[in-house]
Design a protein around this ligand. Structure first.
Ligand SMILES: Nc1ncnc2c1ncn2[C@@H]1O[C@H](COP(=O)(O)OP(=O)(O)OP(=O)(O)O)[C@@H](O)[C@H]1O
Length: 299
């Protein structure tokens, strides 16, 4: 795995530059995203949070090359993205719709490699490794509908991992599973990230999840969206559901993110002047914050 310091020293792998998205609707136009600028360095795990409707899915579609921005650009290793890049994989929330029910687990994981023309022997090795990495090497011949929701999402993650992307985009991947499974899958993502050194952009509604997983948390404003804050998560790299979430620093950071989301909601419709000036938002390190009270942690 690349350590934080290595990632910090490298050039950006993914650059999001001044992204604006205006949707045309019957009544005219909707400016969903106004001006988004941030980057991911090689090996970073960055979480993206924002109020509902702040444009997280819009942004991911643009980064994945599935939709063109109205203005601005996304660069992967310096090359502008104009179509789905081959070095990128996406894991969506709706695993049920992203897996083919008539294909076995193995066939689902193997499919993108087949499409890419990867030779058979290499495919077999990559699929075996990916299934082992997500703890599913005992069910290769099962069908997705025979598995629990959490296991199906593991299949989707294995498929993305086997493809060996440079960038893995995850769009609220655990929103549809129960809390215990969610915790297990969060640890799986950290484990895969540490083992493979893949660069991950993880979109979530869950503030605690963003702080637990991320090396940085990028907070979006309400729509029309800008980056409201880019926060360094200075928790120890070895994370554990019990120990990490009990740390006073974890509580400070999640409270800070929570306050930022509340601020974004209050500012809805009256963009904060400082955030909306179009400049890149500097990364902020949260000083010791007050840890009072709030227990709700979803956007
Ligand atoms: N195809 C579309 N046509 C018109 N407006 C759209 C379209 N897709 C999204 N929007 C609008 O753009 C804004 C951002 O939507 P988007 O789904 O990207 O936000 P989000 O942060 O992913 O939302 P959520 O957190 O609820 O999933 C919203 O105001 C939404 O209504």
């Amino acid at each position: 795995m690349q350590s934080n310091s290595t990632a910090e020293a490298g050039k950006p792998l993914l650059e999001v530059r001044g992204i604006q998205k205006i949707y045309k609707v019957d009544a005219g136009e909707v400016e969903a995203v106004r001006n988004l600028t941030f980057d991911l360095r090689p090996g970073e795990l960055v979480c993206l949070v924002g109020p509902s409707g702040s444009g997280k899915t819009t942004l991911l579609k643009i980064i994945a090359g599935l939709m063109a921005p109205t203005s601005g650009e996304v660069l992967l290793e310096g090359t502008r993205i104009t179509e789905p890049p081959k070095d990128m994989a996406v894991v969506f929330q709706e695993y049920g719709r992203s897996l083919f029910p008539w294909m076995t687990v193995r066939a689902n994981v193997e499919l993108p490699l087949k499409t890419a023309g990867t030779p058979k022997a290499e495919r077999t090795r990559l699929v075996d490794d990916a299934l082992a990495a997500v703890g599913l090497d005992h069910v290769p011949t099962s069908y997705p509908w025979q598995l629990s929701g959490g296991m199906q999402q593991r299949v989707a993650i294995a498929r993305a991992v086997a493809y060996q992307p440079k960038v893995l985009l995850m769009d609220e991947p655990f929103a549809a599973v129960d809390a215990q499974t969610r915790a297990d899958l969060e640890d799986l993502v950290r484990h895969i990230w540490e083992k493979l050194g893949v660069t991950i952009l993880f979109v979530t509604h869950d503030i605690d999840e963003s702080v637990y997983l991320g090396e940085r948390v990028v907070v979006l404003s309400s729509s029309p969206t800008v980056v409201q804050e880019d926060i360094v998560i200075d928790l120890p790299e070895d994370r554990d559901q019990l120990t990490t979430r009990s740390l006073p620093r974890f509580v400070e950071l999640r409270n800070h993110v929570y306050e930022q989301i509340q601020l974004a909601k209050r500012n809805a419709g009256k963009q904060g002047a400082a955030a909306a000036d179009g400049a890149g938002v500097p990364r902020s390190a949260v000083p010791g914050a007050d840890t009072g009270g709030e227990s709700v942690a979803r956007t």
